[in-house]
Design a protein around this ligand. Sequence first.
Ligand SMILES: [Zn+2]
Length: 191
Amino acid sequence: MMKINKFLILTLIVLNGSCSPAPKYFGHGSKPKRKDRVDKKRIENIEKIEISLMPPVKGFSRNRITSFFGLRKDPKYETEEFHKGIDINAKRGDYVFASADGTVEFSGRQRGYGHVIIINHGNRIRTVYAHLEIDLVSPGDEVKKGDKIGRVGDSGRATSCHLHFELREAEKALDPLKYLDVKSEDVSNEE
Ligand SMILES: [Zn+2]
């Protein structure tokens, strides 16, 4: 009798033990899914806003984009990060142009961005120009679409010279490509 009881208790302990790792397994499996859902939401959140952007560098074309907007994988660490803008290949010292009329809200250094200029276009819409070599404007300056605001560099977290360009509505990052008026750049190329 005692032997059977001991066996039963042991069996119960073993069964309990074998059950407890199971939820851990499922938890591990669902974790990346949850992350995907959050990121998807961020992308789906994009609504059309009323703005037409002039390309911020001369001779812009889609094939000069070295990194697009959205989720991107870091091949070294196999992690995913959300790229909040587009990277446009450019030479050191190339002029950077204001994409639309607005007021310079920030010009200075920011972690990762290096030297960055932020232009406020009203209606909580802003454009961001990062990794600059130098700026040609100061906070408070009124700028018109096409004004020279700075020069391309590789300041901040950049491995080569390029312009990191962002479009924001309040705190939300939008895909600048959807708002870029590439035709206006064709015209300015004719000078
Ligand atoms: Zn970038």
